[in-house]
Ligand binder design. Sequence first.
Ligand code: ADP
Length: 319
Amino acid sequence: MKKIGVLTSGGDAPGMNAAIRAVVRKAIFNNIEVYGIKNGFQGLIEGNIEKMDIGSVGDIIQRGGTILHSARCKEFKTDEGQNKGIEQMKKHGIEGLIVIGGDGSFRGAVKLTEKGYPCIGIPGTIDNDIAGTDFTIGFDTALNTVIEAIDKVRDTASSHERTFIIEVMGRNAGDLALWAGLADGAESILIPEKKDELHDVVERLKRGQERGKKHSIIVLAEGVDNGFNYAEKIKETADLETRVTVLGHLQRGGSPTASDRVLASRLGAEAVDLLLDGKAGKIAGIQNNQLVNHDISEILQKKHTIDLNMYQLSKELSI
Ligand code: ADP
């Protein structure tokens, strides 16, 4: 293999730039040419492709977002769209592709691999919702952003003796809410992996009030409910007033943490090694701090599992 491509796709995540840098530098180190594809699969279809050199990835390891930009592209879900992408790869002589993104992006990578263009996936999403890897790039940074925000809300909650519901991202996964809730000593954590906790939340609030507690933090994963709906439910069930903070897109931005930069550098380099070893349709991940790889198609059929011991611990520590 002499020429490879790299793109970022789907939702952006802090650390994607560090991964791009690792891919580009590791490839050049191995005398491979690297082409950056802008705007994900949309840019692949349109031929928005540029050769990268060592300098193109200088000074980006610390930057959030993605210098290659990201996009969602419906056309790429069709045979026709995928064939247009392949035409562009042929035109530029690109023999293999590294796709940095989430599960949707990996479906595109599987399609290209099936059509004879080897792809390797790197999990880049703040949601930590990909099976086969303990962590995705961006999760640690988003977690730290959430914690900082909750700390600030807690100051107000405590000054004004209020209960706050903090809605955090994560799509259908509860990792971000669980880790943030545990790290912040939240009174209740609501995650999609554990349904129907309203009764428990209300009981905890009441118990807290009985023993003189004046404020509480409830961390709610967006996959469970919308914060304002949930506040309504608490009001209807127990006549308790809560305030809602929806953290929103600020969770996706910012300079990546050391952990995310290191993870991105390791996975980026590993993805290049996998392509050079002749592997195709694999995802590079990390498990027990060891680099691993799995078939993307297998991973897409599995669900990332949450650590229920951590969930139990959060309950025990916030009695
Ligand atoms: P994420 O990668 O963060 O999960 P999306 O689900 O939006 O984000 O997927 C990103 C892009 O991947 C889509 O816009 C589309 O171009 C491509 N994609 C998603 N699903 C498929 C599919 N089944 N086949 C081909 N490409 C897909």
